[in-house]
Design a binder for this molecule. Structure first.
Ligand code: QAP
Ligand code: CO
Length: 174
Protein backbone atom coordinates (compact mmCIF):
# COMPACT_ATOMS: atom_id res chain seq x y z
CA UNK A 1 0.00 0.00 0.00
CA UNK A 2 1.59 3.27 -1.10
CA UNK A 3 0.70 6.31 0.98
CA UNK A 4 1.82 9.92 0.89
CA UNK A 5 1.09 12.88 3.14
CA UNK A 6 -1.65 15.30 2.10
CA UNK A 7 -0.49 18.86 2.76
CA UNK A 8 -2.29 22.09 3.57
CA UNK A 9 -4.11 23.79 1.81
CA UNK A 10 -5.46 20.57 0.20
CA UNK A 11 -9.25 20.49 0.84
CA UNK A 12 -9.03 16.74 1.51
CA UNK A 13 -7.85 17.64 5.02
CA UNK A 14 -11.28 19.26 5.64
CA UNK A 15 -13.21 16.01 5.18
CA UNK A 16 -14.91 14.45 8.19
CA UNK A 17 -13.71 10.93 8.82
CA UNK A 18 -16.26 8.12 9.06
CA UNK A 19 -16.62 5.62 11.87
CA UNK A 20 -14.87 2.30 11.24
CA UNK A 21 -17.28 -0.67 11.28
CA UNK A 22 -15.10 -3.39 9.75
CA UNK A 23 -11.95 -4.43 11.61
CA UNK A 24 -10.65 -6.34 8.62
CA UNK A 25 -7.46 -6.82 6.64
CA UNK A 26 -7.85 -3.53 4.76
CA UNK A 27 -7.84 -1.67 8.10
CA UNK A 28 -4.74 -3.59 9.20
CA UNK A 29 -3.00 -2.85 5.88
CA UNK A 30 -3.76 0.85 6.31
CA UNK A 31 -2.38 0.88 9.88
CA UNK A 32 0.70 -1.10 8.85
CA UNK A 33 1.42 1.38 6.04
CA UNK A 34 0.83 4.47 8.20
CA UNK A 35 3.43 3.52 10.83
CA UNK A 36 6.58 3.53 8.62
CA UNK A 37 5.37 6.69 6.87
CA UNK A 38 5.01 8.45 10.22
CA UNK A 39 8.42 7.29 11.50
CA UNK A 40 10.25 8.08 8.23
CA UNK A 41 8.82 11.60 8.14
CA UNK A 42 9.76 12.22 11.82
CA UNK A 43 6.18 12.25 13.02
CA UNK A 44 4.83 11.37 16.45
CA UNK A 45 1.20 11.21 15.35
CA UNK A 46 -0.70 10.62 12.11
CA UNK A 47 -4.40 10.52 11.25
CA UNK A 48 -5.73 8.51 8.28
CA UNK A 49 -7.12 11.62 6.58
CA UNK A 50 -3.49 12.84 6.28
CA UNK A 51 -2.98 9.95 3.87
CA UNK A 52 -6.32 10.69 2.14
CA UNK A 53 -8.32 7.96 3.92
CA UNK A 54 -11.42 9.44 5.60
CA UNK A 55 -11.73 6.88 8.39
CA UNK A 56 -11.60 7.46 12.16
CA UNK A 57 -8.12 6.01 12.47
CA UNK A 58 -5.04 7.55 14.08
CA UNK A 59 -1.67 6.39 15.32
CA UNK A 60 0.63 7.84 17.97
CA UNK A 61 4.23 7.14 18.90
CA UNK A 62 5.45 9.57 21.54
CA UNK A 63 9.25 9.64 22.04
CA UNK A 64 10.41 8.16 25.37
CA UNK A 65 12.85 9.78 27.84
CA UNK A 66 15.74 8.91 25.48
CA UNK A 67 13.98 10.47 22.49
CA UNK A 68 13.37 7.04 20.99
CA UNK A 69 10.16 5.71 19.43
CA UNK A 70 10.16 1.92 19.76
CA UNK A 71 7.25 0.19 18.02
CA UNK A 72 6.12 -1.25 21.40
CA UNK A 73 5.03 2.30 22.27
CA UNK A 74 2.85 2.61 19.17
CA UNK A 75 -0.80 3.35 19.96
CA UNK A 76 -3.45 2.69 17.31
CA UNK A 77 -6.83 4.32 17.93
CA UNK A 78 -10.00 3.61 16.00
CA UNK A 79 -13.23 5.58 16.63
CA UNK A 80 -11.80 7.56 19.60
CA UNK A 81 -14.09 9.55 21.92
CA UNK A 82 -12.95 11.92 24.69
CA UNK A 83 -14.97 10.96 27.77
CA UNK A 84 -13.21 13.20 30.28
CA UNK A 85 -11.12 16.36 29.97
CA UNK A 86 -9.45 18.53 32.56
CA UNK A 87 -7.18 21.58 32.82
CA UNK A 88 -5.42 23.62 30.16
CA UNK A 89 -1.96 23.53 28.67
CA UNK A 90 -0.03 25.25 25.87
CA UNK A 91 2.39 23.49 23.52
CA UNK A 92 4.17 24.50 20.33
CA UNK A 93 2.55 22.14 17.83
CA UNK A 94 3.50 21.14 14.33
CA UNK A 95 1.85 18.84 11.81
CA UNK A 96 3.15 16.62 8.99
CA UNK A 97 0.43 18.22 6.81
CA UNK A 98 1.69 21.74 7.58
CA UNK A 99 5.45 21.17 7.34
CA UNK A 100 7.90 23.66 8.92
CA UNK A 101 5.25 25.65 10.81
CA UNK A 102 4.95 25.58 14.58
CA UNK A 103 2.48 27.49 16.72
CA UNK A 104 1.47 27.64 20.41
CA UNK A 105 -1.89 25.91 20.81
CA UNK A 106 -4.10 25.63 23.92
CA UNK A 107 -5.41 22.13 24.71
CA UNK A 108 -6.84 20.20 27.65
CA UNK A 109 -4.07 19.08 30.01
CA UNK A 110 -5.54 15.63 30.67
CA UNK A 111 -7.97 13.57 28.62
CA UNK A 112 -9.55 10.14 29.03
CA UNK A 113 -10.25 8.55 25.68
CA UNK A 114 -12.33 5.48 24.83
CA UNK A 115 -11.43 3.88 21.52
CA UNK A 116 -11.14 0.57 19.69
CA UNK A 117 -7.95 -1.23 18.77
CA UNK A 118 -7.32 -2.86 15.35
CA UNK A 119 -9.33 -5.92 16.39
CA UNK A 120 -12.37 -3.88 17.43
CA UNK A 121 -11.75 -4.40 21.15
CA UNK A 122 -12.76 -1.48 23.39
CA UNK A 123 -9.86 0.30 25.10
CA UNK A 124 -9.51 3.29 27.39
CA UNK A 125 -6.52 5.48 28.15
CA UNK A 126 -5.88 8.31 30.60
CA UNK A 127 -3.38 10.69 29.05
CA UNK A 128 -1.40 13.72 30.19
CA UNK A 129 1.61 15.62 28.86
CA UNK A 130 2.56 15.19 25.19
CA UNK A 131 0.34 12.12 24.68
CA UNK A 132 -2.74 14.11 25.71
CA UNK A 133 -1.84 16.92 23.28
CA UNK A 134 -1.11 14.49 20.46
CA UNK A 135 -4.44 12.67 20.93
CA UNK A 136 -6.35 15.97 20.77
CA UNK A 137 -4.37 17.13 17.71
CA UNK A 138 -4.99 13.85 15.84
CA UNK A 139 -8.67 13.74 16.86
CA UNK A 140 -9.07 17.24 15.38
CA UNK A 141 -7.95 15.78 12.02
CA UNK A 142 -10.87 13.32 12.17
CA UNK A 143 -13.21 16.35 12.27
CA UNK A 144 -11.40 18.11 9.40
CA UNK A 145 -9.65 20.53 11.76
CA UNK A 146 -6.00 21.61 11.71
CA UNK A 147 -4.00 23.15 14.57
CA UNK A 148 -3.81 26.45 12.67
CA UNK A 149 -7.65 26.65 12.90
CA UNK A 150 -7.19 27.11 16.66
CA UNK A 151 -5.06 30.27 16.28
CA UNK A 152 -6.49 33.70 17.08
CA UNK A 153 -7.65 35.73 14.05
CA UNK A 154 -4.45 37.82 14.05
CA UNK A 155 -2.09 34.84 14.49
CA UNK A 156 -3.90 33.02 11.69
CA UNK A 157 -3.52 36.04 9.39
CA UNK A 158 0.19 36.10 10.19
CA UNK A 159 0.43 32.38 9.46
CA UNK A 160 -1.31 32.72 6.07
CA UNK A 161 1.04 35.55 5.08
CA UNK A 162 4.12 33.52 6.05
CA UNK A 163 2.69 30.41 4.36
CA UNK A 164 2.18 32.28 1.07
CA UNK A 165 5.72 33.63 1.25
CA UNK A 166 7.20 30.15 1.79
CA UNK A 167 5.07 28.68 -1.06
CA UNK A 168 6.37 31.38 -3.39
CA UNK A 169 9.98 30.68 -2.35
CA UNK A 170 9.47 26.96 -2.95
CA UNK A 171 8.02 27.68 -6.43
CA UNK A 172 10.94 29.97 -7.33
CA UNK A 173 13.46 27.33 -6.24
CA UNK A 174 12.15 24.88 -8.89
C1 QAP B 1 0.96 16.13 16.11
O1 QAP B 1 2.80 16.13 14.72
C2 QAP B 1 1.46 16.74 17.37
O2 QAP B 1 6.72 20.47 10.43
C3 QAP B 1 1.96 15.27 15.41
O3 QAP B 1 8.84 19.42 9.18
C4 QAP B 1 2.12 17.97 17.35
O4 QAP B 1 4.17 14.48 14.20
C5 QAP B 1 1.29 16.10 18.55
C6 QAP B 1 6.60 17.08 11.78
C7 QAP B 1 2.56 18.51 18.54
C8 QAP B 1 1.73 16.67 19.73
C9 QAP B 1 2.38 17.88 19.72
C10 QAP B 1 6.28 18.40 11.54
C11 QAP B 1 7.68 16.54 11.12
C12 QAP B 1 5.83 16.23 12.67
C13 QAP B 1 7.03 19.17 10.68
C14 QAP B 1 3.90 15.64 14.09
C15 QAP B 1 8.12 18.62 10.01
C16 QAP B 1 8.45 17.29 10.25
C17 QAP B 1 4.69 16.59 13.30
CO1 CO C 1 -1.50 17.00 12.28
Amino acid sequence: MHLSIVEYPDKKLREKSLKVEQFDESLHKLLDAMYPLMVNTNGIGLAAIQVAVAKQVLILNIPDEYGEQPKENLIEMINPIIVHKEGETVYQEGCLSVPSFYEDIIRYEYVTVNYQDRYGNTQSIEAGELLSIAIQHEMDHLKGLLFIDRLSYSRRKKFEKEFKKVQKEKKNAL
